[in-house]
Design a protein around this ligand. Structure first.
Ligand code: FAD
Ligand code: UDP
Length: 382
């Protein structure tokens, strides 16, 4: 008998499985509807032998020593600091917008003056969200805000979310602030890198434990039922814990209506060229229908002839049989609907929601690993 059934084999599910099996000495079953482990972090090789991330580029970064040390049990790291440029009408400029970018796009005297004003207003080294910069009253600071808004945020955000930056949660554009230093790295975290042998291998290591079983190609909705305050597994009452990491609305057949998500369409292209673009990721912030292009060999460090790129086309999530819900849309009305589902779940014993989908949050990988470790601390203590 399994002490715990886990739905989903992304970071949330895999970390919980390992922790409950190892620290909690439990027998654990993971149900995963896809044909592979690692959730959206899954990486593989395309038919040209290029190492790709099937569900979009995943770069690991964290300030949490606990998370870094924990994952380092299962992988070594390829030392990689992520840098991104935006293609603005053919000119490539570093993103996040930093003092370095300021000096590229404004004429020298003007740039010096703007730098001085920005630092007087916000302080050197600070990270200023674009929506905050837009509130500045000074006309020169307004000019910087206007440049950044128009050239970096407006159209990219319209593509990604179908809405303007001021119409979406400030948390979202706040992920890529204006940086008042010369640091052009995309992430500021202390630990940054890529699992040396990739995410799938990291997951394999984490999941290779004698008391963890994994069933792929298994949709939890076919085998787990929650009815009248009781949990059932394969038709029999199931008294153990259930950790659910999928979309919560779909588990309850969208009984209160659909939780809105944004989805993505990924298009891969291969070129018989040494390189396609100067950085691993180029954001298209003023043109094109796609938001960004990733060139994988620049991300993974793979040495191979030819190169594979991925274009990301954002779209609404309308069909659960063909699309994947990638991003929760953080709006009050959606959070309200999410809370209704969460209240429904509370009626069932031992049923826990964890992960980007189940919690309807914009988690990075490190945040969900940390959240899983904390939930495991609590459950192991019980
Ligand atoms: P997931 O990885 O989505 O795993 C959930 C699993 O549950 C899936 O495998 C799914 O198939 C399964 N499942 C769902 N429903 C069922 C069901 N009914 N039955 C059985 N199984 C089910 N984070 C970073 O830190 N750095 C990055 O660079 C980064 N890049 C990203 C790029 C993109 C395009 C996206 C979309 C996300 C990115 N992220 C990044 C975030 C990262 O993907 C998430 O933090 C992480 O995948 C969350 O893990 P999870 O386990 O919560 O969810
Ligand atoms: N963003 C933007 N232009 C950029 C980069 C980001 O407008 O060049 C905005 C956009 O709204 C995006 C958000 O900032 O959805 C967060 O960006 P991030 O790169 O963190 O998105 P993710 O990698 O999670 O898709």
């Amino acid at each position: 008998m399994y002490h715990t059934v886990i739905v989903g084999c992304g970071f949330a599910g895999a970390v919980m499985a390992r922790e409950l099996a190892e620290r909690g000495r439990e027998n654990v079953l993971i149900l995963e509807k896809r044909g592979h482990i690692a959730g959206n972090c899954y990486d593989t090789y395309d038919r040209y032998g290029v190492w790709i991330h099937q569900y979009g580029p995943h770069i690991f970064h964290t300030d949490s020593e606990r998370v870094y040390d924990y994952l380092s049990r299962f992988t070594e790291w390829y030392d990689y600091s992520h840098e991104v440029v935006a293609n603005v009408n053919g000119q490539l400029i570093p993103v996040p917008f930093s003092l370095h970018t300021l000096h590229m796009v404004f004429e020298e005297e003007m740039a010096k003056k703007l730098e001085k004003k920005l630092i007087e207003e916000f302080g050197r080294g600070t990270r200023v969200p674009i929506l905050k910069l837009k509130e500045a009253e000074d006309a020169d600071l307004q000019a910087v805000a206007e440049y950044v808004y128009e050239h970096i945020f407006l159209r990219y955000t319209m593509k990604q979310w179908g809405q303007k930056p001021e119409e979406i949660s400030p948390e979202v554009t706040g992920r890529v602030p204006v940086i008042l230093s010369e640091d052009s790295r995309y992430f500021s975290d202390h630990y940054q890198g890529m699992p040396l042998l990739g995410y799938k291998e990291l997951f394999k290591e984490m999941l290779s434990y004698p008391t963890i079983d994994i069933q792929l190609h298994t949709d939890a909705r076919d085998v787990l039922k929650l009815e009248n305050g009781e949990n059932y597994l394969y038709g029999k009452p199931y008294p153990g814990k259930i950790i659910y990491t999928g979309p919560i609305d779909e588990f309850f057949h969208c009984c209160y209506g659909r939780l809105p998500y944004r989805s993505l369409r990924f298009v891969l292209e291969h070129y018989n060229e040494e390189e396609y673009q100067p950085k691993a990721v180029v954001n298209y912030t003023v043109s094109e229908d796609y938001t960004r292009i990733t060139e994988f060999k620049k991300l993974t460090g793979q040495e191979i002839a030819g190169t594979t790129i991925m274009k990301e086309y954002p779209c609404a999530y309308t069909d659960s049989s063909t699309q994947i819900p990638y991003y929760a849309i953080l709006k009050e009305e959606n959070l309200e609907l999410y809370r209704k589902y969460r209240a429904l779940v509370r009626k069932y014993p031992n049923f826990y929601l964890l992960g980007r989908l189940a919690e309807y949050k914009y988690y990075n990988m490190d945040a969900i690993v940390e959240k899983a470790l904390l939930l495991a601390d609590e459950l192991v203590k019980k």
